[in-house]
Design a protein around this ligand. Sequence first.
Ligand code: PLP
Length: 394
Amino acid sequence: MPFELPSPFNPVLASFAQRPNFIDVNDSYPVSPPRAWAEIDLGAMKKNLAVAREAFGGGALMAVVKAGAYGHGLEEIARSLANENIVFFGVANVGEARRIRNAGVETRIYLLGATWSEEREEIVARDWTPCISTVEEAEQFNRLAARYQKRLKVHIAVDTGMGRGGFVADHLVESMRRLDLLKNLEIEGIGSHLPSADEDKEFTESQFRRFRSIIDELGGPQRFKWIHLSNSAGLLGYDKDACNLSRPGLLLYGVSPLPGFQEKLITVMTLKSRVTLVRTLPTGHGVSYGRQFVTTKPTRVATVGIGYGDGYPRHVSGKGAEVWLRGRRFPILGRVTMDQLMVDVTGADDVIEGDEVEIFGPNILVDEIAEKAGTIVWEIFTCITPRVTRCHIP
Ligand SMILES: *Cc1c(COP(=O)(O)O)cnc(C)c1O
């Protein structure tokens, strides 16, 4: 039985409305379209990938896809990048690595953080690539690799300022001597991480120099197949020096962590919702919890079907955040609630129930929302909840 779609209804939404597993439908009732969804433009992501490649002077790339590809859908993003000549997918944990393999993608996996002891046998068995922070974990990997009669490729992580993982730089030369004795490990790469590439150029440049001198102390760049230091900001804003691999995340998703590069990138995720109701409130009427906003004149208010339960940050309340509707901006009134927010559409008589609303995307950049919420874009992306249907556009 064909579903009856409410109008106006865009083709993207219509396409997933045909797939009953995405939304609750049955034979007796019409489709129930989601109130908030994210359109994810895979073609735009590939263009951003090309920008990353060019900025890195043709060096190799690890695509960072941790946290569900920054909320963009891990399996879909991994499949979409599977034939794009990516050397590694960078993930946070074994669970994410499994999901990539279960999606049928064979690209090498790099585990960006420390692993649990119990996970290491699977890592060895499946040839995933851990980064090593201690001699003890290296020894365990070595024993497991011997049992599997293989040489496991590993990367040395070195802490040049992040303070989160890796060998503390001062102790590395001595540790390397011990790692070299582990015959079932192949030390394929060395990496470090930049804590403030988007905030402190001077410190970051000193980190590049420090990383370079550590590599020289260990025998020079020819000792390692892969040398990597940069995240997105490092890739865009600094010379790559000895590095031949970069680990961009955010920039693939169309956001530059450094000013001046945003024009080169294309929005990948557009978060959308719909007007569910339009009413005119009289003067002196409160809007939303806490009545932080009270009308001073008759006010036409559109209620929109998205809230902090979808991951839209409640912290933008009262900060002048806007949405995009019928080709223009409209301000949010009062506090964002769990499932709904209210917008001032006074004077915009064309706004009607069912209208599509851009919450962020090409017209309202996600940076703007992050700034008004007092946070960073990475957090906005990864806080979008499972209730928001992700629609991938090939
Ligand atoms: C998350 C992460 C990245 C990617 O950072 P972006 O700023 O999103 O490009 C790179 N390297 C490591 C170790 C990370 O944890």
